[in-house]
Design a protein around this ligand. Structure first.
Ligand SMILES: *C/C=C(C)/C=C/C=C(C)/C=C/C1=C(C)CCCC1(C)C
Length: 244
């Protein structure tokens, strides 16, 4: 019995080289800390910005809860928690679209702009999930990844050059500046994810060479989440500070 238990406990120790386990753990802590920061600072701002800061906190809080489960899942099964990962994204990425809308609302952003971004983000994520977890045979990952990538580019177009960009220009000042920074997050920060996807689904796809770099999908996703979720929130926080 004692031996049996020690075998189980041994298997649960985190290895020093378990970068996936490590980044899930640190990611969880970082998301919790960021949530506390956003929630607690919320009331020090003008009511105009409170909803935006609240959403920043909700994004990191939802991620913190999912990271708690993902960390646990990885520790127990040693497998990618793909399902939790995508549930997290499908809740938090639309909230990031809401942030764009809230920032530009004073400049005249409509709900239809918000729903357009939300719709595109859900298409991007659901098709990504198909390629990563459902239709994994043959060229499934390539095809679904491509569709997901197209939705991603439409989002990039919309915020950099479409209606959202025009509204940001007309708003000017700190709003335009914040919008620009968020645009960079989407263009560069979000581009981390397709790299993770290719690393994780490389086998038998045209991008099989990505598999040779020894990159780990979960580590890449975890780094992307920390940069994008906390970074996004801080841009909104900074905007609220600037307009105090
Ligand atoms: C907090 C989570 C965020 C910001 C997640 C963003 C996820 C993406 C931008 C994912 C994009 C993908 C592609 C563009 C193609 C391959 C499949 C995905 C879903 C990894």
């Amino acid at each position: 019995m004692e031996n049996f238990l020690s075998v189980i406990l041994e298997a649960k120790k985190m290895a020093a080289t378990d970068y996936v386990g490590f980044t899930f753990f640190v990611g969880c802590m970082a998301m919790m800390a960021a949530s506390a920061f956003f929630f607690l600072s919320m009331n020090s701002f003008d009511s105009k910005w409170r909803t935006s800061i609240l959403i920043s906190g909700l994004i990191t809080f939802i991620a913190a809860v999912h990271y708690w489960y993902m960390r646990d899942y990885w520790a127990n099964f040693g497998e990618s928690p793909t399902f939790f990962r995508y549930v997290d994204w499908v809740l938090t990425v639309p909230l990031m679209c809401v942030e764009f809308y809230l920032i530009l609302r004073a400049a005249g952003a409509t709900k239809s702009l918000m729903w357009k971004l939300i719709f595109l983000s859900v298409v991007m994520l659901v098709t990504g999930y198909f390629g990563e977890a459902v239709y994994t045979d043959g060229s499934g990952p390539t095809i679904w990844g491509l569709i997901s990538g197209i939705a991603y580019f439409v989002i990039v177009y919309e915020i950099w050059m479409g209606g959202a960009a025009k509204l940001a220009q007309s708003a000017g000042g700190s709003v335009e500046k914040a919008h620009k920074t968020l645009c960079w997050f989407v263009l560069v920060g979000w581009a981390i994810y397709p790299i993770g996807y290719m690393a994780g689904t490389a086998d038998g796809q045209w991008y099989s060479f990505v598999g040779d770099f020894g990159l780990n999908m979960d580590v890449i996703y975890n780094i992307g989440d920390a940069i994008n979720k906390i970074g996004f929130g801080l841009v909104v926080y900074q905007l609220a500070v600037d307009s105090k």
